[in-house]
Structures are given as structure tokens and as C-alpha cells.
Design a protein around this ligand. Structure first.
Ligand SMILES: [Zn+2]
Length: 343
């Protein structure tokens, strides 16, 4: 009897394994870009030179390290909303000044009220479905009299979101607007505990049930020790935790347009660094939304006053931004909305 049970189990196991691999193959086959030349046209608008201008601005001393609730951070939020206004990218009708106020009650004790900055491009076919591209706008402020510029953390992410927004609005003006809406969300209070994104997901401006995916960027302009001999990489974290399809869409985007080495080291469930839980995408994941976190890993200037704009690898920042843009393009334009399911 024991032997029989064991052999039945083996049979069931091998059948379901086969079905699983077939499902994966079918899923991979279903993901393809039908407009590669158009995507390439707008990828070209994402340039190292333009990214550099934004990183230098965001990390400049005048913003005093952008501590949540301080004057320098308020000023960078104002800079961010003026950028969207200058590109004719809209604010949500419920928040016509682009700001979602984040009240003092939800922030740590000693901080002033702050704000998330929200802009979006409305989808042409499915305007009520939303893709988020997020990056935190705050940093560490001034510590022991020293300004922490946070060029990588998260000037690099802020610049990447800006360049993608510009590329998407150019495409829209040429008649290639996204079918689904794309939300550009710059959250506050990340460094002090992911507060801006937590507040946003508890008080969403667009319905969370219609949120297709959140692509979060936090530090993508530098190279860590593990890759110092091959800089052509990005860590991809969390993409397969809620949607297997998202994991393969990123691979297809990479294969078609960029060819970075996608490093999944920090995506391991038991990774002791626990990066999956440590940036703003996590608050979306807790609501069941498929997320991905793009990250360059830690480096010698991480959370130090030496995280300056001159140390950013701008061609690499551009390449990584292109991967995220191509992923967002697919999510926004695919015939079927992303399947939030693990296969
Ligand atoms: Zn960060």
C-alpha cells in the first residue's frame, strides 16, 4: 500500500510539473511587442545628458538633503510639479496642484507635514486602468552639519521617472499615447519609514483595484561591489511574487531593447537584506498589486554625504531607465491587462 501511494504521488507530481512548464512556455509565447520600432523611437529620447541635468538639480545643495517636511524637500516637490506642468502632464482632478498632503499624524513625531507629488497621462482605451511608476523624493537631510545629497538615492530614480514621463508624453502627442493610464508618483517619507507610499496606498487617488502594476525605482545610477567588473546589470526584485507574467514581461523588454544582466540575487525569499520589504513598492504589494523594484545595490557612498552627482554612471542610468520604460510601455499597451496570478 505504501508503495502504491508513493507511485501515485510521483505520477501526479510529474504530470503537474509538465503542465506547469507548458503553462510557462505559453505565457512566454504570449508576451511580444507588436510595435518595436515605435518603442525604440521613444527609447531614444531617454539620454544620459538629460538624466544628468535632473540628478544634478535634485542633489544640489540648495535642497539641503531633502529631509521630509523640511524646506528643501518642499522645494524639490515644487520643482517636480512644475516639471509636469511644463510638459502638459496633468494632475489628478481631485488634486489639481499635483500634491497629496501627507499629514503630520502619519509621520514620525518630529516631522512636519509633507506631500506626495502625482501626475498622470490618461489612457486612450482603458483610462480607468493604471500603471504606476514611483520613486521617492526625500532623502536624509543635514546630519551633523553635513548635507546628504542623495544623488543615487534617489536623484537617479527621480530623473528616471522624469525621462520616462517625457518620453510617454512625446509619444502621446505623436498619436501613440498609452492605452492604459500611467501615473508618475513621487512619494515622500521613504527614508523615515515608507510613510508617503503607505499613506498613498491607504488613501489612493485612483482605485487600487484598477491598478495593474507598480514599477518602483530607488537607486539605479551606480554600480555595487559584486558587479564592478561587469557594470551591465540591474537587480530586479519582487516581480514574480504576485504575477508570473510581470517577471517575463521584464525579461522580454530586456531581450528586445536593452540587454542588461537581470540579477535576481536579492529576489530570493530568504535573502537576509530583505530589500523587497524596504522600499515603496512594498506598500503596493501588501494591497495585492503586482510590483517590481529596480535597484543597483548598495555602494560605498550609500546613505553618506558622498552620494554625489559626479559619481553617477549616466549611460548606465539611461540604459536601466530604458528597461523600465519598455516594461511600462508593454503594461500600458498590451491587449489584455496583466494577469495578477502566480503560475
Ligand atoms: Zn532610497
Amino acid at each position: 500500500m505504501k508503495v502504491l501511494v508513493a507511485s501515485v504521488l510521483i505520477l501526479v507530481g510529474s504530470c503537474s510539473t509538465l503542465r506547469h512548464s507548458e503553462k510557462i512556455d505559453n505565457l512566454k509565447d504570449s508576451i511580444s511587442y507588436d510595435n518595436e520600432s515605435i518603442v525604440k523611437k521613444y527609447l531614444k529620447t531617454i539620454t544620459p545628458e538629460e538624466l544628468k541635468i535632473v540628478v544634478e538639480e535634485v542633489s544640489s545643495e540648495k535642497y539641503e538633503g531633502r529631509m521630509t517636511g523640511e524646506k528643501g524637500h518642499d522645494e524639490i516637490c515644487d520643482f517636480i510639479r512644475r516639471y509636469y506642468d511644463s510638459l502638459d502632464i496633468k494632475a489628478p482632478s481631485s488634486h489639481p496642484d499635483y500634491f497629496q498632503n501627507v499629514p503630520k499624524e502619519v509621520l514620525p513625531d518630529d516631522l512636519n507635514p509633507s506631500q506626495n507629488v502625482i501626475a498622470y497621462i490618461e489612457g486612450s482605451e482603458f483610462p480607468d486602468e493604471y500603471i504606476y511608476i514611483t520613486a521617492h523624493s526625500d532623502h536624509e537631510g543635514i546630519v551633523d552639519g553635513e548635507i546628504y545629497p542623495g544623488a543615487d538615492d534617489n536623484g537617479s530614480g527621480t530623473a528616471a521617472v522624469f525621462e520616462m514621463a517625457e518620453a510617454f508624453i512625446k509619444a502621446a502627442k505623436d498619436g501613440y499615447g498609452p492605452k492604459r493610464s500611467i501615473v508618475f508618483l513621487h512619494v515622500t517619507g521613504e527614508e523615515v519609514g515608507l510613510h508617503g507610499s503607505r499613506y498613498y496606498t491607504n488613501n489612493p487617488v485612483f482605485p487600487l483595484e484598477n491598478t495593474i502594476s507598480t514599477l518602483n525605482i530607488d537607486m539605479i545610477g551606480r554600480v555595487d561591489e559584486r558587479h564592478k567588473n561587469d557594470e551591465n546589470y540591474i537587480y530586479v526584485i519582487g516581480a514574480d511574487r504576485i504575477s508570473t507574467e510581470l517577471h517575463f514581461i521584464i525579461q522580454e523588454a530586456n531581450y528586445n531593447f536593452v540587454n542588461l544582466n537581470l540579477d535576481y540575487k536579492y529576489n530570493e525569499e530568504n535573502d537576509p537584506n530583505r530589500y523587497y520589504y524596504r522600499s515603496d513598492h512594498y506598500n503596493f504589494a501588501t494591497k495585492g498589486i503586482p510590483v517590481v523594484f529596480f535597484f543597483n545595490g548598495e555602494h560605498e557612498d550609500y546613505t553618506k554625504p558622498t552620494d554625489t552627482a559626479d559619481k553617477i554612471n549616466y549611460p548606465l542610468l539611461a540604459k536601466r531607465t530604458k528597461l523600465i520604460f519598455a516594461t511600462a510601455w508593454y503594461l500600458a499597451n498590451s491587449p489584455e491587462r496583466l494577469n495578477p496570478e502566480i503560475i
